[in-house]
Design a protein around this ligand. Structure first.
Ligand code: UD1
Ligand code: CA
Length: 449
């Protein structure tokens, strides 16, 4: 049966002490809500709704940027979790199948857990995700009778016996969408908080001849973010999970605790990552590539057998073909680097296409920016760019072209040509010695006077 995701993201998150809506704070360079969304993707959802409220326009824009298939639902007043889910009704009007309710501020629910909830739907109408809480604090309590979930009591409304229960509500719920909305219609707000509680659908389900159960997960999966301190702790948890995942996938990490990942970092099998490497958003590294120490990568692709660093920076749009070599203190931005091409030392390549088998000498710079516009540099195959060449874009160099070191290349160079774009060298015999003596005698005079 089909699946839909409803992600609740309307809350203010006042404890973050921030102008930014809570769900836009980031873990692994991706907004909090994107983590719940990524777990939900495992269910191959045919519909995805994000319910926005506080900072709605900003959250909506971020959600649409991440996934254009997302529908935005607005909850203008935060009247409770059931009311929030009800706002997704119109977006799912033509949808038939199950709906999963996830929280935008709860990033670690795993795909595997959601799949276990789906499996429990075979026997029950409503499936709630619960966890054994080390400190149940203010969580809603799950009242179980065998495998029946008879109701959920919010802490504020619970009596002493109910407060003693340690099996708690994560907030994640799965039910047939039509059933879910029908149950929500019956939820009232006659409770301690005066809110429409989503958990109330459990008791209502039983009254309507439907059944409910709970599936349990590890407490760490249900970790919600409410403060900056929790955000920082969650980042650490996330990094630890990504490191373990990389190691399990056959990636070599020499010092895993020093490597930082993004939600979408992809590293192929037998890729190797040395200490102190940061993967910003949007990086894919193919199998057998090697990322050497102290490199920073974002928005780039590194193909098989390529080497990056130590101390390299790959910025968005950097595309390295197989076996390319990017060495120390080299920055690549929005540029294709051809197969086996070497850019080994102290170089900036931006807005460029460099062909296969080319060697770019130390200190080469593509002068891509004129202060207003960006311009492209194109270099052919098997070319040789001499050290300290300034390639003033727009400029094109053909296959097997060569530039003399120290050249400032302002016009195109045809294939096979050598371009010399620098002053001719002149030697003056004996002049160095004569000048030096003159200077020394000047200094003596100064000291006497
Ligand atoms: C909720 C549950 C509680 C559970 C806990 C787990 C209810 C009534 N209680 O409590 O049983 O143990 O989560 O963390 O559901 N939201 C909206 N609109 C609203 C209200 C909330 O979008 O009108 C969103 C929030 O942004 C948040 C999520 O729903 O992402 C949960 O809301 P929150 O107010 O944090 O619920 P809790 O009181 O923690
Ligand atoms: Ca909460």
């Amino acid at each position: 049966m089909a699946n839909a995701l409803i992600i609740l993201a309307a809350g203010q998150g006042s404890r973050m002490n921030s102008d930014l809506p809570k769900v836009l704070h980031k873990i692994g360079n991706a907004p909090l809500f994107a983590h719940a969304l990524a777990a939900g993707e495992a269910l191959e959802p045919s519909a995805k709704v994000v319910v926005v409220g506080h900072g709605g326009d900003t959250v909506a824009a971020a959600a649409e940027a991440i996934d254009p298939e997302i529908t935005i639902a607005r909850q203008n007043e935060q009247l409770g979790t059931a009311h929030a889910v009800a706002q997704a009704r119109d977006a799912l009007a033509d949808y038939e199948g199950d709906a999963f309710v996830l929280y935008g501020d709860t990033p670690f629910v795993s795909a595997e857990t959601l799949e276990r909830m789906k499996a429990a739907r075979a026997t029950h109408d409503v499936v709630v995700l619960g966890f054994e809480a080390a400190d149940p604090a203010r969580y809603g309590r799950l009242v179980m009778e065998g495998d029946r979930l008879s109701r959920i009591v919010e802490f504020k409304d619970a009596d002493e016996a109910e407060r003693a229960i340690t099996f708690c509500n994560s907030g994640v719920v799965c039910a047939d969408a039509a059933t879910l909305f029908a149950l929500i219609d019956e939820v009232g707000n006659d409770n301690a908080a005066g809110e429409y509680y989503l958990p109330d659908i459990v008791e209502i389900a039983w009254k309507n001849g439907k059944t409910a159960t709970a599936v349990a997960c590890e407490e760490r999966e249900t970790l919600g973010i409410n403060t900056r301190a929790e955000l920082a702790r969650a980042e650490a948890v996330f990094q630890q999970m990504k490191r373990e995942e990389a190691l399990e996938n056959g990636v070599t990490l020499t010092a895993p605790e020093t490597v930082f990942f993004s939600l979408d970092t992809y590293l192929g099998r037998d890729a190797e990552v040395e200490p102190h490497v940061v993967f910003g958003a949007g990086v894919t590294v193919e199998s057998t590539a090697r990322i050497r120490a102290f490199s920073h990568l974002e928005g780039c692709h590194v193909s098989m057998g390529a080497t990056v660093g130590p101390y390299a920076r790959l910025r968005p749009g950097a595309e390295l073909a197989n076996n390319a070599h990017i060495g120390n203190f080299v920055e690549i931005k929005n540029a294709q680097i051809g197969e086996g091409t070497k850019v080994n030392h102290l170089t900036y390549i931006g807005d460029a296409d460099i062909g296969d088998g080319t060697n770019v000498g130390a200190g080469t710079i593509t002068c891509n920016y004129d202060g207003v516009f960006k311009h492209r540099t194109t270099v052919g195959r098997n070319a040789f760019i001499g050290s300290n060449t300034m390639l003033v874009a727009p400029v094109t160099l053909g296959d097997e072209a060569m530039t003399a070191s120290g050249s400032v290349i302002t016009s195109d160079v045809e294939a096979g040509a050598l371009a010399l774009g620098r002053a001719k060298q002149v030697n003056k015999p004996g002049l160095a010695v004569r000048m030096f003596e003159k200077l020394k005698s000047a200094k003596k005079k100064q000291q006497k006077g």
